[in-house]
Design a protein around this ligand. Structure first.
Ligand code: C2E
Ligand code: MG
Ligand code: MG
Ligand code: MG
Length: 281
């Protein structure tokens, strides 16, 4: 019996591996033409300010509408795009599209809604990130502070001088900068000191067990306190219930983002969500 189920498990395992490998091949071969075929779409997730209870911003999250595989989440293809260099044109499309949407909402009477965009380390090494951002802001006529660029700690540890120079140029354009997944990477406090960022995004892994794990609660509290001393704003990611929200409020976190406040959604659904939103009390 054991032998049989062992063999079944093995068969299952290998066929699962084959399926994954096949999918990766499909993704790799399709990625090059996905841009021209207009297969990418941005979903928008609300960010709620805890002082006002209102939706003050949104994060643009990339998805790929694959003709055979359906809607593919970014973690399945960003790595492939980075290895092939395709992340540069794809990332440029994301910046353009997010700014186009931000302009539409800005002109529709939402003058304060900020738009956050995720960046890859490769965009700092290759491509003209600064020019891309300048062109997008200019083309869509939105105030620079409405655009927020999310950097990961993995960006900040490589090629430090070049990254620091690029970050400085981005800051001088007037866009906002945040550090995504804060606490999961090689957080060097020196970066926070030298980098002139505006906001820390507390990683969802610390938020998940906030109410059950005293260590997570202590880490979140420490990050918020440090951010306040450095005059940085904080946003907690992955908020899924009211208990987490209450804890973050008690800890004086500035903003929250997560399924409890709204899933990532298409632009039209986001606009409806915004219109229906009752300020948190
Ligand atoms: P991220 O920037 O840290 O984005 C947060 C991720 O958490 C998103 O996953 C979002 O859908 C998910 N999330 C939001 N609220 C909750 C919640 O309450 N619970 C849980 N469990 N998850 C939640 P998504 O959209 O699959 O994106 C994954 C990652 O892919 C992003 O993590 C980001 O690092 C990357 N990514 C997304 N869009 C882009 C892009 O345009 N360019 C680049 N370079 N990376 C991107
Ligand atoms: Mg992000
Ligand atoms: Mg994150
Ligand atoms: Mg992430």
């Amino acid at each position: 019996h054991a032998k049989e189920s062992g063999r079944n498990a093995f068969n299952f395992f290998t066929s699962q591996m084959n399926a994954d490998a096949t999918q990766t091949l499909m993704l790799r071969s399709g990625l090059a033409r996905a841009l021209e075929r207009q297969e990418f779409v941005l979903h928008y997730q609300p960010q709620v300010d805890l002082e006002t209870g209102r939706i003050m911003g949104t994060e643009a999250l990339l998805r790929w509408k694959h003709p055979d595989l359906g809607l593919v989440p970014p973690n399945r293809f960003i790595g492939i795009a980075e290895n092939s260099g395709l992340i540069v044109p794809i990332g440029e499309w994301v910046i353009q599209e997010a700014c186009r949407q931000a302009a539409a909402w800005y002109e529709a009477g939402l003058p304060q809604l900020t738009m956050a965009v995720n960046l890859s380390a490769i965009q700092f090494k290759r491509g003209n990130l600064v020019e891309t951002v300048e062109n997008a802001l200019f083309a869509h006529r939105i105030p620079a502070p409405l655009l927020e660029l999310e950097l990961t700690e993995s960006i900040l540890i490589q090629d430090t001088d070049n990254v620091l120079a690029t970050v400085d140029r981005l800051k001088s354009i007037g866009v906002k900068l945040s550090i995504d997944d804060f606490g999961t990477g090689y957080s060097s406090l020196m970066y926070l000191h030298r980098l002139n960022v505006d906001k820390l995004k507390i990683d969802q892994s610390f938020v998940r067990d906030l109410n059950d794990d005293p260590d997570d609660a202590a880490i979140v509290q420490a990050v918020i306190q440090m951010a306040k001393s450095l005059k940085l704003r904080t946003i907690a990611e992955g908020v899924e219930n009211s208990q987490q929200l209450d804890a973050l409020r008690r800890q004086s976190c500035d903003e929250v983002q997560g399924y409890f406040l709204g899933h990532p959604m298409l632009a039209d659904d986001f606009a409806r969500h915004l219109a229906d939103w009752k300020p948190l009390t």
